[in-house]
Ligand binder design. Structure first.
Ligand code: PMP
Length: 430
């Protein structure tokens, strides 16, 4: 296939190419493929890495832990001390700054927003839901399920661009300084979903220090991929809680994390980390919601994951499985599209996604054509608030779940669809 910049081709060259690509696409459609790259799920091989979790507790295991808590019984609404210590190591916070939640960090994010709307935060004079309008800043492309929480709960989303080292902070600072209705910002600060970006120290500091019109403004810091490195030289993220304390805004941040992509998604444990004042405030509210979390699941995670070093080793095994998949995607993209100047993509050091930008106005059509050829991708626009990508160009690639062979086929089909749609677009522009 053509290996030069398609933007320099004349009409007859483009027409000729389009015919060839279209014929190839018809042939691919006839193969009746059925491949799914729509969500960032671990593969079965990755899940196998954690099978030891199922055997690690048995009827002979000690079930009394620190403070003589019987893990089988009610109690410990904010989690076992052992679990808090483990997450304390991962997130570099102390054990009093943590509440251990249930099986999903998305649930605790949803609940944190809901509680703020119903009851306010420790710094609120009015519950957010009693105000005429509540807005959240949404650095985009971002995580569609964050945006879904806002949409469900009636929070207006304000799109902010993602730059190479995090959200466009000039815009963020300007907006939060002047608008009291802006109560929050969504952040995936490390190996972001979908762009794989890690926020720079400067961005972390500016978020912690910035002047906000709302004095109960909160950063929703979803550190979902904090230990999910793909290389031996991992990105390093500055500690936001410390930065907020140093900036005299100790209550500004809610940090979320989980073991979903460390052990088993749906059967892991999640945490909220924040200032002690926030934690104590929220702990009381949670105590009306549950008499205690699943401490046996916490216990088996503590026995299985042990400490930060063991987690690092465990995550290396994940990386050994998924790095070749990321490499494969990048290799095919480079080979098929590298010189054509019709798409660009990131090369992340960790996380679960590769973010690809087509020419403006092409992503929806590419995703549609890929789907009709049997390759399911995350819907175009999903990485933006209200599902609307203003440039209609971003496509999220989730390489972890398919096998290497499936992945190669899926990415080749994706590249073909990008070439086809781009050629058509360039022809229309002639
Ligand atoms: N946050 C981000 C950024 C994610 O990508 C995901 C999973 N796709 C989650 C949260 C969901 O985490 P959990 O399973 O803990 O609810």
């Amino acid at each position: 296939m053509a290996l030069t910049d398609l933007n320099t081709w004349n009409k007859s060259e483009l027409s000729e190419l389009y015919k060839k690509l279209d014929a190839k696409y018809t042939e691919v459609k006839g193969r009746n493929l059925s491949l799914d790259m729509s969500r960032g799920k671990p593969s079965a091989e990755q899940l196998d890495l954690s099978m030891g979790l199922l055997d690690i507790l048995n009827s002979d295991s000690p079930i009394h832990v620190e403070e003589s808590i019987d893990a089988r019984n009610y109690g410990s609404v904010d989690g076992l001390i052992e679990t808090k210590k483990l997450f304390g190591q991962i997130l570099d916070v102390n054990q009093h700054e943590i509440i251990v939640g249930g099986n999903s960090s998305l649930t605790i994010m949803h609940d944190a927003v809901s509680r703020s709307l119903l009851l306010g935060t420790v710094d609120s004079t009015t519950p957010w839901g009693k105000l005429p309008k509540v807005k959240f800043l949404c650095p985009s492309p971002g995580y569609d399920r964050h945006f879904a929480i806002c949409e469900l709960l009636g929070i207006e989303m304000v799109t902010v661009d993602m730059l190479e080292d995090g959200p466009d902070m000039d815009t963020v600072e300007e907006l939060v300084k002047n608008d009291e209705a802006i109560k929050g910002i969504w952040c995936v600060p490390k190996y972001s979903n979908p762009e794989g970006i890690t926020y720079s120290d400067e961005v972390v500091d500016r978020l912690a220090k910035m002047e906000t019109k709302a004095n109960d403004f909160r950063i929703f810091w979803d550190d979902a991929y904090t230990v999910h490195h793909l290389t031996d030289e991992p990105d390093v993220l500055k500690n936001i809680l410390t930065a907020c304390k140093d900036a005299n805004h100790p209550n500004r941040v809610f940090i979320f994390a989980s073991t979903s992509k460390v052990t088993f998604p749906g059967s892991g444990i999640s945490v909220l980390a924040s200032s002690e004042e926030n934690i104590n405030f929220i702990k009381k509210q949670i105590a009306t919601q549950t008499i205690g979390p699943d401490k046996l699941n916490q216990l088996r995670h503590v026995h299985f994951l042990k400490d930060l070093e063991t987690i690092k080793q465990h995550m290396k095994k994940h990386a050994e499985i998924i790095k070749p998949k990321f490499d494969m995607v990048l290799e095919v993209l480079e080979k098929q599209l590298g010189k054509q100047n019709i798409a660009s993509w990131n090369e992340p050091n960790g996380g679960y996604f590769i973010s690809l930008n087509t020419l403006d106005g092409c992503a929806t059509e590419v995703v549609k054509l890929a789907s009709e050829a049997g390759v399911k991708l995350t819907p175009a626009g999903a990485t933006f608030p209200y599902g609307k990508d203003p440039s209609d160009r971003n496509i999220r690639i989730a390489p972890t779940f398919p096998t290497l062979n499936e992945l190669q086929t899926a990415i080749e089909v994706l590249c073909l669809c990008i070439q086809l749609v781009s050629t058509n677009k360039l022809l229309q522009n002639q």
